[in-house]
Design a protein around this ligand. Structure first.
Ligand SMILES: Cc1ncc(COP(=O)(O)O)c(C=O)c1O
Length: 449
C-alpha cells in the first residue's frame, strides 16, 4: 500500500496528498508500504544538486529557520555532553518545569506533568494521530506531514478548505458541512489540527475564526491539536489567539525549538496536554507510544530545552531579532510577488508566503503549465527559483499556487547570517538584496521564453 504518496517521475516535484490511505499509482503491488520522500526535504536536495552543478538557484523551497546558533545554547549543549543516561520518557523534571513556565508566562497556567518532550514536534504529532480514535480534520492546504502521518497511523483525513482570510484553520462553515457528511458516511471525526501561525500560507488565523472552530470542536467533541511551532514568530505577538485559552480541556499544543530559536537539527519538540482527565489519558497513551519509538528526547537536548524555555534575556532578545528579520524579509518577498501580478495574502508570522499565479495564467499559456507542480518545475528548471507546489500541501493540483519559504535568504555563511540578524536594514545587505533582485527578474520573465 502507498500512504499518501503521489506518483513521482524521477526528480520531479511531487507531493503527498490529503487523500486517506489508498492504493496510488506507485503502489508496488507487493503489499508493502511506500512513503514518499517528504516534498520539503526533496526540494532541498534538488536545489543543492543544481547549485553543486554550478546552476544558481534562489532557494525558496525549504522551511529551515536559516539562522545561527545562539552562543548560550552552544555552551549549554557542550556542558551537557556527559549526560549519557536514559531518562524519563516524558522528559526530565527541570526541562518540563521550564516548558511549564514558558506556557504559564503566555497565560496558560501549566503543570510540568502536562508536558511531554520528544525528538521534534513531528514525532509527537504522529504519536497523537496514532492514539486518536477516529478521523482528523485538516485545513486544506496544510503542512505537508499531517496527511502523510495520518495515513501512516491509519487515520482518515477530512480535508476542509481554508477561509479567504487566512490559512492554518478550516473554514468553520465548510467544516460543519464536512463533519455532517463524514458522520453520514459512518466515519468518526475525532480531531482537528490547526497551525497558528501557518505553514504554508504564512498567515495567522484571526481570533473570531479560532473561536468559531473551538465552538464547533466543542459541539462535535473533537480534540484540537494546535500546532504552535511558529507562535513566537507571529509578527504581532498581541494578535496571537490560540484554542487553549478557549477550550482548554480539549486542546493539545505542539511546539518546539526548530523555528523561533532556529534549532531544527537539534530535534527538540514538546506537547502541552490539557489538564484533567482527558489530558492524563492522553499522557499515558503518548508516553506508551514514545516509550516504544524514541524512549526520550536526547538528554543533552533536554538541557538545551531547559535553558531556552527558561527564557533568559539573550534568548528573548534573539527570538525578537529573528521575528523582526523574518517579518522584514517575508514582507519584502511578498511585495515582489504582488508587483509580479500574483495574488498573495500578507504574511503575519513565520517565514512563508503562498502566492497564487492564477492572474498570470494567460501569460503562462505557452509554457504547458497546467497546475502547481508544472509551475514549480518551470520556476526551478527555467528560472532558477526553488518553490514547492501547493499540491504538496494538499491543495488542488490544478491551482497555480506555490509555497515560498523566505528564510534561506539571510546569507550563505554564519557571519552573513549574524549580520542579517543584527542589521537595522537587512534588505540593504548584498546577500539579501541580490537573490531578491534575481527573484524579481525571474518573475518578470516568467512565461516569456
Ligand atoms: C507547521 C509545522 N509543524 C511542525 C513542524 C516540524 O517541527 P519539528 O522540527 O519540531 O519536528 C514543521 C517544520 O517544518 C512545521 O512547519
Amino acid at each position: 500500500m502507498v500512504y499518501a504518496a503521489r506518483n513521482e517521475l524521477p526528480g520531479r516535484i511531487s507531493a503527498p496528498t490529503l487523500a486517506a490511505p489508498a492504493a496510488e499509482p506507485n503502489d508496488t503491488g507487493r503489499g508493502d508500504t511506500v512513503v514518499a520522500h517528504s516534498a520539503t526535504l526533496e526540494i532541498d536536495e534538488r536545489v543543492r544538486a543544481r547549485r553543486a552543478a554550478g546552476q544558481p538557484v534562489v532557494h525558496l523551497g525549504f522551511g529551515e529557520a536559516g539562522l545561527p546558533v545562539l552562543p548560550s545554547v552552544r555552551e549549554v549543549l557542550a556542558g551537557a555532553a556527559d549526560r549519557n543516561a536514559y531518562g524519563a520518557v516524558a522528559g526530565s523534571v527541570p526541562a518540563r518545569e521550564a516548558a511549564a513556565g514558558y506556557f504559564t508566562r503566555r497565560d496558560l497556567a501549566t503543570d510540568p506533568d502536562q508536558v511531554i518532550y520528544a525528538p521534534g514536534s513531528k514525532a509527537l504529532l504522529f504519536a497523537l494521530l496514532a492514539v486518536l480514535d477516529g478521523d482528523v480534520v485538516l485545513p486544506q492546504p496544510c503542512w505537508v506531514s499531517y496527511a502523510a502521518q495520518a495515513a501512516l497511523a491509519g487515520r482518515g483525513v477530512i480535508p476542509v478548505p481554508i477561509p479567504d482570510e487566512a490559512g492554518g484553520i478550516p473554514d468553520p462553515g465548510r467544516m460543519e458541512h464536512a463533519l455532517r457528511a463524514a458522520r453520514a458516511e459512518g466515519r468518526v471525526p475525532a480531531a482537528v489540527i490547526l497551525t497558528l501561525p501557518d505553514n504554508p500560507t504564512g498567515t495567522l488565523a484571526p481570533a473570531e475564526l479560532v473561536d468559531e472552530v473551538c465552538a464547533l470542536a466543542e459541539r462535535e467533541d473533537l480534540l484540537i491539536i494546535s500546532d504552535e511551532i511558529y507562535r513566537d514568530l507571529a509578527f504581532q505577538q498581541g494578535d496571537f489567539h490560540g484554542p487553549a485559552t478557549v477550550v482548554a480541556e480539549r486542546t493539545v499544543i505542539t511546539t518546539g525549538l526548530s523555528k523561533a530559536t532556529a534549532l531544527g537539527g537539534y530535534r527538540v519538540g514538546l506537547a502541552r496536554l490539557p489538564a484533567g482527565a482527558r489530558g492524563m489519558t492522553l499522557r499515558t497513551e503518548l508516553v506508551g507510544v514514545a516509550s516504544e519509538l524514541w524512549s526520550s528526547l536526547a538528554a543533552p537536548m533536554q538541557e538545551v530545552a531547559r535553558h531556552v524555555y527558561g527564557e533568559p534575556d539573550d534568548v528573548v532578545d534573539y527570538v525578537g531579532r529573528c521575528r523582526r528579520l523574518h517579518a522584514t524579509v517575508s514582507k519584502a518577498v511578498h511585495r515582489v510577488f504582488i508587483s509580479a501580478g500574483t495574488r498573495c495574502l500578507e504574511p503575519a508570522g513565520g517565514f512563508y508566503l503562498y502566492p497564487d499565479f492564477a492572474p498570470l495564467r494567460g501569460r503562462l499559456g505557452g509554457t504547458g503549465v497546467a497546475g502547481g507542480a508544472d509551475l514549480a518545475e518551470l520556476l526551478l528548471t527555467r528560472h532558477g527559483v526553488g518553490v514547492l507546489p501547493g499540491e504538496a500541501f494538499g491543495d488542488d493540483p490544478r491551482a497555480l499556487r506555490v509555497r515560498v519559504a523566505t528564510s534561506l535568504l539571510y546569507g550563505e555563511t554564519e557571519d552573513q547570517r549574524w549580520q542579517s540578524l543584527n542589521s537595522e536594514d537587512p534588505l540593504s545587505l548584498p546577500w539579501v538584496a541580490e537573490p531578491l533582485d534575481r527573484l524579481r527578474q525571474a518573475l518578470a520573465e516568467l512565461g516569456k521564453r
